[in-house]
Design a protein. Sequence first.
Length: 342
Amino acid sequence: MSSLRPCYTGRRAVSLKDVAAELGVSYSLVSKVLSGRLGNTGVRPEVKEAIFKKAEEMNYRPHPLATALKQGRKGAVGVLVHPIGERGSELAHDVLEGLSSELDDHGLRMWLRFFETDADFTRQFDQRMRSEVDGLIVVGLPHPSIYDLLLELNRGGLPIVTAFEEKPIEGVPNVTENTERQCYLTTRHLLARGCSRIVHLKGTMPARYQGFLAAHKDAGISVDSRLLFDCNDYRIESGARAVGVLLDAGIGFDGIVAQSDHQALGAVHELIRRGKRVPEDVRVTGVDDSVLCTACMVPLTSTTSEMKRVGRETARLLFQRLEGIDCESVGIEPRLVIRASS
């Protein structure tokens, strides 16, 4: 009667014990052969060849965490996040999803902490975390006052990668979406649709405003300064207030480029409340391609923030640094998602 052998369907990772069981040899022998650490252990060439062949046949891959521990690493990464975006934008959620997915692919655990002030950062990144992680990822709003500390840690041998939308640290790899391109794409889109008097709802990111100006320059169309509205935030109420102020002042416009989906949603609702049709009278666009886009009375055209990709790329760069590979900062291009509002 033949013995039963396990069936490997790829539903779980193949282990050294699985390879050993298939060949009827010891776990320690398989481990020594595949790691190249035979030492004084004698093994016949045909057995050694059979182990390599069976490991390849079963698609055996060393577990990244086990490899890290053998190399003297902890197999963990510190992730400190200053949350970004208005509620509903899901920016922080998306970047963490990307981070955790990529770190998991590399068998790395994540020590996650949130902070909002410099004191929060210092308290969260305490001595215990420093002793338990191989590297550090800092995500969200930049805190220039802690840059000296981060540079000191980086120079001291702790690999660091950041994901700041602006003000990166010189000498530290940073991953960000191309924020200028976000409003360039939406502005170019409205200009191509025939808009010539486009309102820009300015937030706190100068790069998005520069994208708005660059699209007008490329199209050879001047910008009326009366159409630039300083919101100084990204809230729904700001978009609604801007529309109300402009309409009350009798300033004509046929398009709105907001710096967030929240601003755009507020603008759409106020336009409709005032008797304006979207997009027939005014075309509106946002930024982030959030869940608000399909929840709006008129589905919003928007550009993506690519936060999942930012998260994955940030984790990938840190893994490269842990492996001793030099890496450069990365910019990720947004996409324009066209819906009914434009």
